[in-house]
Design a protein around this ligand. Structure first.
Ligand SMILES: NC(=O)c1ccc[n+]([C@@H]2O[C@H](COP(=O)([O-])OP(=O)(O)OC[C@H]3O[C@@H](n4cnc5c(N)ncnc54)[C@H](O)[C@@H]3O)[C@@H](O)[C@H]2O)c1
Length: 470
């Protein structure tokens, strides 16, 4: 099929590259000419493992190109995906201006040569499918005033569930595909588009093996409204689940229980499941916060107060503040102290800093007069560029960041920190204090290395000074 993807961010680029790898011819469009220029040169503007390699493979399969020009691509396409950003407005409502602009551009570019399906992949509030349809019609009327009735299209919702950092595997081997549409013809076209994925009829790329036993992917066909609600509900549930683990961890700390053991104990119950139960500094990223806020806003428009969603946001906010409290408990005064942050991105394997806990923690520490040093394997350039207001001292390695620090805070659980020589951390720091914001290190190992260790929902352990010789 011929496919256009509008928006070349994390979702649009991965979607376009994967569909092309499956054999469809894809054109990815963005209004950001610099981004498109880089993509045309095969230079991926985001950090996503495997994406550059898959782009090279895709070019020789279905074929893929990148453009800032809508008309030619849309005129030639059977399916047009919208994958533009839907960030929060100050009110919590989703900002639909990018979506609206994309919909108008689609309408302006349509001709009568074929029937098209416009698929919304952006996460949008309930009812946005109808809005997109109305805006496309407006665009059509403005640019095809003679025969607007000859333009045939329908709108569908296909929410995206990929996780940054494992986006290729999530897209090629999804746990489900959700398609929301109001007519069978539209669903039929999308079923055909996704057939290679649904039936798993493609050779896996060498760097992303098919999970053992995966013979087909479950397809869920729903109304537009249900598909839109599925996406928000999934993110709200995941955010709430992490919030729950943090709430229990805070109780564990008070009663002397170990949150890691407690979560293992409850996660083995198949009704609960082990994932997303890691206590820590809370979730971040571009989706959870904005999607929970947007769902809350929708609920309030219908006169419903969604108390669980309100609590989910409040618990997460408090969890970030907990890092500052833990530092104050250890150091009393933060002014003039140096705090080393290990990791900046909102999670490992991405350079995405949107709503990253590191930003809020660094900002608060700087406001309080502390100095902040930091090391992140991938996200430092993005942080410098996107947050020049944060006067962080960026370091070339974790060991450089901890030199002279009065406390070290593990923010992002990058795999490379597994190999960190904790004895060297203790030796280089001015005070050997480690606050483990992800319960990543073994408290015993940290303690043995000479560190004063605190995790989240775990008993703090202090290194016992070695007995004096003689
Ligand atoms: N990032 C994720 O992990 C993820 C996962 C699932 C769903 N989503 C949802 O997918 C959507 C996109 O997210 P993202 O992270 O890829 O966003 P992003 O900000 O990385 O990318 C959006 C892109 O759209 C482009 N754009 C904006 N207006 C445009 C227009 N009128 N025409 C063409 N291009 C335009 C921007 O220039 C940008 O490159 C959001 O609704 C998000 O909630 C994101």
């Amino acid at each position: 099929m011929r496919v256009t993807v509008i928006g070349t961010g994390y979702v649009g680029t991965v979607t376009g590259v994967c569909l092309s790898y499956l054999g469809h011819h894809v054109t990815c469009i963005d209004v950001d000419a610099e981004k498109i220029g880089r993509l045309q040169r095969g230079d991926i503007p985001i950090y996503e493992p495997g994406l550059a390699e898959l782009l090279r493979l895709a070019a020789s399969r279905g074929g893929i190109d990148f453009s800032t020009e809508f008309k030619t691509a849309i005129a030639a396409s059977d399916v047009v995906f919208i994958a533009v950003g839907t960030p929060s407005l100050p009110s919590g409502e989703a900002n639909l201006s990018y979506l609206e602009s994309a919909a108008r551009s689609i309408g302006a570019s349509m001709d009568a040569s074929r029937r098209r399906v416009v698929v919304n992949k952006s996460t949008v509030p309930v009812g946005s499918g109808n809005l997109v349809e109305a805006l496309i019609r407006e665009g059509v009327r403005e640019h095809n005033s003679d025969f607007p009735g000859a333009i045939r299209f329908s709108v569908a919702s296909n929410p995206e569930f990929l996780r940054e950092g494992s986006a290729i595997a999530d897209s090629l081997y999804p746990e489900r595909i959700v398609l929301g549409a109001e007519d069978d013809e539209t669903l039929g076209i999308l079923r055909e588009l996704y057939r290679p994925l649904i039936e798993q009829r493609f050779d896996p790329p060498p760097f992303s093996k098919r999970p053992a036993g995966l013979a087909s992917v479950t397809l869920i066909e729903t109304s537009l409204t249900s598909a839109e609600t599925i996406k928000y509900s999934a993110n709200a549930f995941l955010a709430m689940k992490i919030g729950f683990a943090n709430e229990i961890a805070n109780i564990c700390e008070r009663v002397g229980a170990d949150a890691t053991q407690v979560m293992t104990g409850i996660g083995l119950d198949s009704r609960i499941g082990p994932k997303f139960l890691n206590a820590g500094i809370g979730w971040g990223g571009s989706c959870f916060g904005k999607d929970v806020l947007s769902l809350l806003h929708t609920a309030s428009e219908y006169g419903y107060q969604a108390r669980l969603l309100e609590a989910t946001l409040a618990v997460n906010r408090a969890q970030r503040q907990l890092m500052i409290q833990k530092l104050q408990e250890k150091l009393f005064i933060l002014k003039g102290r140096t705090i080393a942050l290990l990791g900046l991105s909102f999670k490992p394997e991405t350079d995405d800093l949107r709503d990253a806990p590191s930003l809020q923690i660094a900002e608060r520490l700087l406001q309080m007069g502390a100095r902040v040093s930091a090391y992140d394997p991938i996200a430092m350039e993005a942080c410098k560029l996107q947050h020049p207001e944060l006067k962080i001292q960026y370091c070339a390695s974790a060991l450089e960041a901890v030199r002279g620090a009065h406390a070290v805070v593990l923010i992002t659980e990058w795999a490379e920190f597994r190999n960190l020589d904790l004895a060297e951390v203790a030796a280089r720091a001015a005070r050997p204090i480690l606050i483990d914001g992800r319960n990543f290190f073994s408290p015993e190992a940290a303690c043995k290395a000479g560190l004063d260790y605190s995790g989240i929902g775990r008993a703090a352990l202090k290194a016992v000074p070695a007995p004096l010789p003689g």
